[in-house]
Structure formats: C-alpha cells, structure tokens
Design a protein around this ligand. Structure first.
Ligand SMILES: CC[C@@H](C(=O)O)C(=O)SCCNC(=O)CCNC(=O)[C@H](O)C(C)(C)COP(=O)(O)OP(=O)(O)OC[C@H]1O[C@@H](n2cnc3c(N)ncnc32)[C@H](O)[C@@H]1OP(=O)(O)O
Length: 311
C-alpha cells in the first residue's frame, strides 16, 4: 500500500528523478525505520493488536478536507494498540487520496487525546517493546506529517503525552479556549518517543522545547500563541441556530490555505516539506521538480487565460 502511494506520488511529480525521488525512496522504507533497523512491522503490529479499544475514524469530504478523529472517549481518547494500527491504515488511505488538499485531526467528545493507553503501557513496560512501539508510531506520524495535505490539529480539552506529540505531526495547531497541550512525559518518568521532541524543537525552538519538556508545562491557548506552538485560538459557540462548531471553524480556517486545485495545494506542501527536511541544494532541486509538475498544468493555463491582476 505504501509503495503504491509512493508510485502515485512519483507519477504526480512527472516521474522525474532527483531529490524528490530520493526522499520518497527513504519514505518507502517505512519513513524512518525498516528491517535494517531491526524493525519488524508485522511483529509489532500483532503485539499492538493485542490491546484493542477505540478507533481512528476518517471522513474524506468533497471539499478536499478530510477529518481524522481520535475516538476512545471512555479513556479520554487514549491510544490503544489497535488505534495505533488503525492510524497507520488511515494514513495509508490519505497517502492514496488524489483529490485531497487538507486534513483536520481532532479528538472525539470534546477532548483531543490523553496519550498512550496506560493499560497497554503497563503491559509492555520493558524497554525493547517500548522502543518497538515508538518506532511504529514514529513511522506513522512521520508519514502523517509528510502527507501532501495541509494539516491542522484541532485541540479541544486536553492533549497530553502522546496526544501532545500527535499535535506536532500536523502543520498547524488551533487551540480551543480552555484547552491544554502538555508534554507530561517527565511526570511519567519518560521523554517523548513518538518523534514529538524533535518536531517540537522545529516548531518552537530548542529553548522553548526544553522549558516545555523540562517543566511539563501546561500550554494554554495564550502561551501556545506566544511561543508559536498554536496558530490560532477558537471560541466554542453556544449551540444555537447559526452557531459554528469548532470543527467548522477549523475547516474555515484551513480553507484559506486549501482553496484552489488539489495538484497545486499538494505542490505547495511538497516544496515546504522539502525545504523543511532537506539540505538546501537538495531542497532547491526538489522545488524545481515539483515546479515542473504544475508549470503548464490545468490550473496554470486557466490562470494565464484569465489575465489575472493581483490587487
Ligand atoms: C509512551 C508514553 C507516553 C507517550 O505515548 O508518549 C504517554 O502518552 S503516557 C500517557 C500520558 N497520559 C496520561 O498520563 C493521562 C493520565 N490521565 C489523566 O491525567 C486524567 O485522566 C485526565 C486525562 C487529565 C482526565 O482527567 P478527568 O477529567 O478527571 O477524567 P478521569 O481521570 O476520570 O478519566 C476518565 C477515564 O479516562 C481514563 N484515562 C484517561 N487517560 C487515560 C490514558 N492515557 N490511558 C488509559 N486510560 C485513561 C481514566 O483512567 C478514566 O477511566 P476510569 O478510571 O475507568 O473512569
């Protein structure tokens, strides 16, 4: 499935060789970890499936914006093992979504996610199994971040531990009033392991990341905006006619970046992604390759024909 998505992305990029191809080849090995790292996908998948509960639900919409819901309300949307497997499958579906442009990641029942299911954590508390679970989640969250979709985490209620890490695997974060993002790992005698520390440094810088992890700081919407962890604050509206739900507000916020043809929006994400991940000379080559996929394309020709004035 992953290889299939990669082939599709390659075709969309005109089948051109170069750095984008190399980036995709790296992704084809499971993004970060593969067999050469001692990562046995099937083995860890089966271990995770022994801890069932909850689900990860995906709704792809005609607008080109999909909604991914972390759904395990009786445990504050904690990630069971089967939900980790579910998430990987949903990411594969999103990799194959040709018409996709944007993604909102939310939690069910007015809270985001309370991290790993502590019942599963207790049952696999030896370092070897812990690291296998980390590798699985790092692969999935890296693929989530690398989707050719512009993604936003809609944080309502609490995003704790692994839930806080999940928010960093999105391009943007919107915090509802009263919500909290907290890397509680230190209180659990841990550090982030799903890639959340590395991504947090990229988002807020190493000084802020050290403060947030070292102090297990509760980040409210105001602090989130101040340090750049949050990209906007949403106010819940009283249920009444004309009231706009938080999800609708998040979709409206995102739509300003997803307006336009899917290949163009996907190209935008690809050039930013390569700029974020690759050394400059490789990023420049990738940018040229991606440029070639939209130059002379339908959206470009239509824009040229309309004699635009960018006033
Ligand atoms: C690798 C580990 C690391 C990672 O993956 O990076 C982690 O994520 S470790 C997990 C970190 N998260 C936590 O430690 C959360 C612990 N829970 C809480 O702090 C509180 O439950 C809460 C989330 C702040 C909510 O508090 P409150 O509103 O008072 O509700 P309850 O406490 O009654 O919770 C309702 C219900 O949900 C269960 N719950 C909550 N979080 C988890 C969880 N992570 N795993 C399993 N179950 C969880 C909680 O136990 C309650 O269930 P019942 O006791 O059966 O009612």
């Amino acid at each position: 499935m992953v290889l299939c998505a990669l082939r599709r992305q390659l075709l969309m990029s005109g089948g051109r060789c170069g750095t984008w191809t190399r980036l995709l080849q790296r992704q084809s090995s499971g993004c970060v970890y593969s067999g050469t790292d001692g990562f046995n996908h099937q083995e860890i998948r089966e271990k995770l499936l022994a801890f069932p509960g909850g689900s990860i639900d995906l709704l792809k919409q005609d607008s080109g914006i999909a909604v991914l819901t972390i759904n395990n309300p009786s445990r504050m949307n904690a990630f069971s093992g089967s939900m980790m497997v579910d998430l990987e499958e949903r990411v594969t579906q999103l990799e194959n979504w040709t018409d996709g442009k944007g993604l909102v990641v939310q939690g069910a029942a007015e809270t985001f996610c309370s991290g790993s299911d502590l019942n599963a954590v207790r049952a696999i508390s030896n370092p070897q199994d812990g690291m296998k679970m980390c590798m699985f989640m790092q692969n999935t969250l890296t693929r989530l971040l690398r989707l050719p979709l512009i993604s936003v985490a809609l944080v309502e209620g609490r995003a704790l531990g692994g839930g806080a890490e999940l928010t960093t695997a999105c391009d943007f974060r919107l915090m509802a009033s009263g919500s909290v993002i907290q890397f509680v790992h230190k209180h659990m005698g841990l550090v982030p392991g799903w890639g959340g520390a590395a991504r947090l440094v990229c988002i807020v810088g190493s000084q802020n990341a050290l403060k947030l992890l070292g102090g297990a700081v509760k980040v409210d919407p105001e602090l989130g905006l101040h340090i750049g962890l949050s990209d906007g604050v949403l106010e819940a509206q009283q249920e009444a006619e004309g009231a706009v739900t938080l999800l609708q507000q998040a979709e409206n916020w995102l739509s300003r970046y997803t307006k336009g043809a899917a290949p163009v929006i996907q190209a935008v994400k690809k050039v930013v992604l390569s700029g974020r991940e690759l050394p400059l000379s490789d990023a420049l080559r990738t940018e040229k390759d991606v440029f070639g996929t939209v130059w002379g394309g339908p959206a470009n020709l239509q824009a040229l024909a309309s004699k635009p004035k960018h006033k």
